[in-house]
Design a binder for this molecule. Structure first.
Ligand code: M6R
Length: 626
């Protein structure tokens, strides 16, 4: 999704702006632009296509300004083109603006401004913003105000008119060496250092420069020079703000010798799981969440949990549901955030709503969270990004600590979310007093002890390392299957949730259509699509369901399917084309192991097809618009 960069300091801004945009490339975009200001004139360089195209534009190498703003655009209103790229000017070329988000009432604002004589040169919603600022600037009556103060007032008035979401940067010759920024429902951070300040839509883009950040809140504005940052609300009341020190290492956001970020992130999973579990879980001790103060009395009163998220985070939630229901016996539903926010869900103060988001900036997830809070529920955020919007909106937050995830396709964030659900469910179970009882894990009445589950969680990194050592068969399958047009993923119970995640990964980075089905549902329709040679991938980790799933796989084999089975079960007496063996583990956390061959499979298929694994077409890392 769109990315924002800004710089004000003593160095040549253009280089820093371009580097920042390159660091944001992973978010996905189709055009890019920068604006710097020198000799009282704003110089804009922008075009559709990649960031590096800007370097070839006429005059780029002559840019000398020491402050400026920059943007990567992911088209929403108007096709990718030079005219629609940011920055956008107002009609008098006095204010240049970049914008992330969507202005929902831009048609009304456009009509209003057109009536006042303004002309529009792009199809974007953004272009109303610089013109609105100009409109308010020219209508401000206080003559005693400085140009910067008048611009700030104009920006504040303009943002009050905007419906929807925005993160904006504004520069103007009226306020030399100054950038004004503001946000609502779209992320924006300010990285600070002595004698220079940076702006970005996410933290990793600035980690090579600083670890000290101000995280802008909704309806907050900031006036930034190289040695000062002042914060205001939209009524221009000034306030102070604390710096947040971010511990992430800049090298963690680099490839470290891997061909792609996705591969690096897949192989980081033993470590990211270790980081997520951290000191929260130890044998023979109750789980300890330093960052979560949920009381047993509150939990005992809860009669329903909703887990709400999008995409891969929602798939982690599907495993979370199983864990919470089994370990805590609280009915749990999983919802897609974009549906939840509009379906008028039944929520009250006895409902706990858990929101899962790697980025913490997903617009639908944030909106759903706000809705459930308004309806009286307590909200718990699970996020990977310290200080992200969702964590600031929620009553409680726990972090996955998986380190920066750069590839658009989520991998290590998923496994960290799942393991965090496991630790959370054990914690809740202990708070509810189930710690000594056996926990029933399937319809056969098989049970586990919490201590055994803890032991399995502690051993996960070792077992993940074993899964990651065995890639040969997966590579072979990918070489044979990359020209396919369709594939199927099957599983029962918790394995079905992994089938869904495997199918999403394949679609995202290999552009191969696939369906994920509960294996038992196959006969109710989709088996009509099974024909000679189609590839069917099954996940089989739950002993209580193994025989049933095997029967379903036999049904597709009979119809000519080529099969791959990912399993930790004994399959003696059965023949499949590919069997990927993974270590035995408690079925409740088996997705953390069984998903890895699927992540690798989609990666190798994508590589075989020669695609851009890290930046798949049409997708963005963080979906900050609805
Ligand atoms: O940042 P979030 O976890 O909220 O993102 C949610 C989805 O957009 C994300 O998981 C998406 O499905 C990924 N591209 C999956 O690989």
């Amino acid at each position: 999704m769109c990315g924002i960069i800004g710089y004000v300091g003593n160095k040549k801004a253009s280089n820093i702006l371009i580097d920042g945009l390159l660091a944001l490339e992973y978010r996905g975009y189709d055009s890019a632009g920068i604006a710097t200001l020198e000799n009282n004139e704003i110089k804009i360089m922008k075009d559709k296509g990649r960031v590096k195209n800007i370097l070839d534009l006429d005059g780029y190498d002559k840019l000398q300004g020491t402050y400026g703003i920059a943007h990567t655009r992911w088209a929403t209103h108007g096709k990718p083109s030079k005219e629609n790229s940011h920055p956008h000017f107002d009609n008098s070329n006095t204010f240049a603006v970049v914008h992330n988000g969507i202005i929902e009432n831009y048609n009304e604002l456009r009509a209003f401004l057109a009536e006042k004589g303004y002309t529009f040169y792009s199809q974007t919603d953004t272009e109303v913003i610089p013109n609105l600022i100009h409109y308010y600037y020219t209508n401000i009556e206080e003559t005693d105000k400085s140009d910067t103060d008048k611009t700030l007032r104009a920006v504040a008035e303009a943002t009050k008119d905007l419906k929807g979401s925005y993160a904006i940067e504004v520069i103007s010759p009226l306020m030399p060496n100054t950038i004004i920024v503001g946000r609502k429902d779209s992320p924006l951070v300010i990285g600070t250092k002595s004698d220079e300040n940076y702006i970005a839509s996410d933290i990793p883009a600035l980690l090579t420069y600083t670890k000290d950040f101000y995280l802008l809140n909704d309806n907050e504005l900031a006036v930034i020079t190289k040695d000062s940052i002042s914060f205001y609300n939209t009524d221009l009341e000034k306030h102070s703000k604390n710096i947040k020190n971010i511990e992430w290492d800049a090298s963690a956001a680099e490839k470290n010798g891997y061909e792609d970020y996705m591969l690096k992130e897949i192989f980081e999973q033993p470590n990211s799981i270790r980081e997520t579990v951290g000191s929260r879980l130890k044998l023979n001790e109750p789980v300890n969440f330093d960052d979560l103060d949920i009381k047993p009395e509150y939990l005992k009163n809860i009669n329903k949990i909703f887990i709400v998220a999008c995409g891969t985070a929602m798939h982690a939630g599907l495993v979370g549901k199983v864990l919470l229901e089994k370990l805590c016996k609280i009915p749990t539903e999983v919802d897609i955030a974009s549906e939840f926010r509009y379906r008028d869900p039944i929520i009250d103060d006895k409902t706990l709503c858990i929101y899962v988001s790697q980025s913490g900036e997903t617009a639908d997830t944030i909106a759903a969270l706000k809705l459930s809070r308004e309806k009286g529920a307590k909200t718990l955020a699970i996020s990977n990004v310290i200080g992200s919007s969702i964590t600031r909106e929620a009553d409680y937050t726990i972090y996955t600590h998986a380190g920066p995830e750069i590839a658009v396709a989520s991998t290590k964030a998923y496994t960290s979310q799942v393991v965090l659900f496991a630790v959370l469910a054990i914690h809740f179970s202990e708070l509810l007093g189930y710690s000594d009882s056996d926990i029933t894990i399937n319809s056969n009445g098989d049970t586990i002890k919490l201590e055994d589950l803890k032991n399995d969680i502690i051993n996960l990194p070792k077992k993940l390392a074993i899964v990651l050592e065995n890639t040969d068969l997966i590579k072979e399958f990918a070489e044979n299957a990359y020209t396919e047009k369709d594939m199927f993923f099957l599983g029962r119970g918790i394995d079905e949730t992994v089938a869904k995640e495997g199918s999403l990964k394949l679609k995202e980075i290999s552009y191969i259509h696939s369906e994920a089905y509960a294996a038992g549902e196959l006969k109710h329709g989709p088996i009509a699509l099974i024909e000679n040679g189609i590839h069917v991938i099954s996940i089989l980790t739950d002993e209580s369901l193994a025989k049933k799933t095997i029967s379903n796989i036999q049904e597709v084999i009979t119809r000519g399917a080529k099969t791959m089975v990912i399993t930790n079960q004994n399959l003696e007496g059965h023949t499949f084309d590919y069997v990927i063996e993974i270590p035995k583990i408690c079925p409740l956390i088996s997705p953390i192991l069984s998903v890895v061959p699927l992540q690798l499979l989609s990666y190798y298929i994508s590589k075989n097809k020669g695609l851009d694994v890290d930046k798949p077409r049409n997708l963005a890392k963080s979906v900050t618009v609805e």
